[in-house]
Design a protein around this ligand. Structure first.
Ligand SMILES: *[C@@H]1O[C@H](CO)[C@@H](O)[C@H](O)[C@H]1NC(C)=O
Ligand SMILES: *[C@@H]1O[C@H](CO)[C@@H](O)[C@H](O)[C@H]1NC(C)=O
Ligand SMILES: *[C@@H]1O[C@H](CO)[C@@H](O)[C@H](O)[C@H]1NC(C)=O
Ligand SMILES: *[C@@H]1O[C@H](CO)[C@@H](O)[C@H](O)[C@H]1NC(C)=O
Length: 506
């Protein structure tokens, strides 16, 4: 509605002007889950790699810095609660679980007690901890924290061989960041320095690792929660964060690469979306409005509002199910079937076309309904209930865990590209839950789909009219709002209502 839209714009303007916030799309769900543990227990080969400065070279010397055997299955967690890795921080080492987030750039750990975490990093007990004398605050799509910057030594038991000295944000207070049932106490932001808070001079963790341990500037991520329902009691599904290279046993087939459009988030260029065999046929700039990113810290596949509506309409048309309440699509309700009656056959596949490194070509990554119609168990004894793994977004398209769980994703920073390959743990009952195909011609889409806002004249008229109205409202609002930034709890973001605690069976 117009008034909602106006209010949203006003809020957006307000925060743009005040520069109080920086919103990062961390979005983790929590709740009561039940995972049937399914290990990705492929046989593991021992591979040692060394950096040749820019890319990768297989090293015959088995005492190389990077030993991938130690890194396979070094993650625990699931899409619902995030994937985390164990680290040993300070001297003597204090063990904490750290959420792996490719959508932010700070390394931050709890440094004070909080009701939802079991333990925290006690800076006073580390002889090597040094205060940097600056405070830092980070705001995510969901939740925020504040703390002090420091420096300390970190060892990753199932990571590259060696201790590194890194920037640490010691979280002293937070709101909506730690959630009930999560088993992590910190966050590892793996994106670029541009996103680091308070400014880009705070070297991100992975930059420090590459520099100090001289490993190749590349990491790869396999998240193994595909098709599993989640539980707070069973063993989490797990996955692998391979620092320094690519582990061949984690994927099948070939790796398809897409360029990183800009190095801040891992921004990519989406050319096309298909529901089943049907092309949504929107202007490709709509898919990248205002950006398209790959983010392991976001649970769902988030789509710009127009795109989301088109996808829901296409799914409704092809699913032959007329009876869905809108609550299912907006994430406020679960859809339930009698036990054993799997609903997946009612739903189409979803395909995302990404620009290939040869810019006149594309390739597509496809997820089966098992990845986006997600089982939630333990809701009711006689029903199997599912949530919709997509949500709408006002700040761009986010390829979150829903999609990433289908693929082994290679963050090749050295060559400014992201690789996708079929993950060997995205399999259920012998059936692959994801597909990858290419090359396709990109001749039918614009040369640049990341070209920012749509410059249609009518859009400009509308925006200027809106802005005029909003400016007026803004002035009134500014008079009403007393300004301490940290008490405000809006970001202009459409709040995602699909938190599990709010789920209700229809
Ligand atoms: C999790 O689900 C499995 C079957 O799917 C069941 O056997 C097990 O008891 C459940 N665990 C809990 C803690 O509910
Ligand atoms: C780790 O590095 C140390 C020192 O360079 C070396 O002695 C040790 O063998 C390495 N360990 C592994 C598992 O590569
Ligand atoms: C890129 O793709 C186009 C169209 O398929 C093809 O003609 C061209 O040879 C490719 N360029 C390279 C360098 O592979
Ligand atoms: C596409 O447009 C965006 C925004 O104007 C720009 O940052 C980017 O470099 C362009 N990409 C190419 C390949 O020209």
């Amino acid at each position: 509605s117009f008034s909602t839209m106006a209010a949203t714009v006003v809020l957006a303007l307000y925060f743009d002007v005040s520069k109080c916030y920086f919103s990062i799309p961390l979005k983790i769900y929590t709740g009561k889950f039940n995972v049937s543990a399914e290990g990705a227990s492929a046989p593991v080969r021992r591979v040692a790699l060394m950096s040749d400065g820019n890319g990768l070279s297989l090293a015959s010397d088995p005492t190389g810095t990077v030993n991938f055997l130690d890194m396979v299955q070094n993650l625990e967690g699931d899409s619902g609660r995030g994937y985390y890795i164990e680290m040993s921080i300070g001297t003597p080492g204090q063990k904490l679980n750290i959420l792996v987030d490719t959508g932010s750039s700070n390394f931050a750990v709890a440094a004070a007690q909080h009701p939802f975490i079991t333990h925290y990093f006690n800076t006073a007990l580390s002889s090597t901890y040094q205060l940097a004398g600056r405070t830092v605050a980070v705001r995510y799509t969901q939740g925020n924290w504040e703390g002090e910057l420091g420096i300390d030594r970190v060892l990753i038991p199932n990571g590259p061989n060696g201790t590194i000295v890194v920037n640490i944000a010691a979280i002293m207070s937070s709101d909506g960041f730690f959630l009930p049932g999560v088993n992590w106490q910190g966050i590892l932001g793996l994106a670029y320095p541009t996103l680091a808070r308070p400014d880009s001079s705070v070297e991100p963790f992975f930059n420090s690792v590459v520099q100090q341990l001289r490993i190749p500037n590349i990491f790869s991520l396999q998240m193994c929660g595909a098709g599993l329902s989640a539980s707070s009691t069973a063993d989490p599904a797990g996955g692998s964060l391979i620092m320094g290279g690519i582990e061949p046993t984690l994927y099948q087939g070939s790796v398809w690469y897409t360029p990183i459009v800009e190095e801040w988030y891992y921004q990519v260029e989406v050319l096309k979306l298909e529901v089943g065999d049907q092309n949504l046929d929107l202007d490709c700039r709509e898919y990248n409005m205002d950006k398209a990113i790959v983010d392991s810290g976001t649970t769902l596949l988030r789509l710009p509002v127009n795109v989301f509506n088109a996808v829901v309409e296409a799914i409704t048309r092809s699913s032959l199910i007329q009876e869905f309440s809108s609550g299912f699509w907006d994430g406020t309700k679960l859809a339930c079937w009698m036990k054993g009656e799997s609903p997946w056959r009612f739903f189409p596949k979803l395909s995302i076309y990404l620009r290939a490194t040869n810019s006149s070509q594309s390739f597509r990554i496809t997820i089966l309904p098992q990845l986006y119609i997600q089982p939630i168990t333990d809701v009711d004894g006689t029903l199997d209930c599912f949530r919709f793994g997509l949500s709408s977004s006002s700040n761009g398209l986010v390829i979150g865990a829903t999609v990433m769980e289908g693929f082994y994703v290679i963050f090749d920073r050295a060559q400014k590209r992201l690789g996708f390959a079929l993950s060997n743990c995205a399999v259920s009952g012998g059936v692959a839950l994801s597909e990858i195909a290419g090359p396709f011609s990109a001749a039918d889409v614009a040369a640049n789909c990341s070209g920012g806002i749509l410059k249609e004249p009518i859009m400009w008229v509308i925006s200027y009219t809106l802005m005029a109205i909003c400016a007026l409202v803004l002035i009134i609002l500014l008079l009403l709002l007393v300004l301490p930034c940290r008490r405000r709890n809006y970001s202009g973001e459409i709040t995602d209502e699909s938190s599990l605690v709010r789920h209700r069976i229809k």
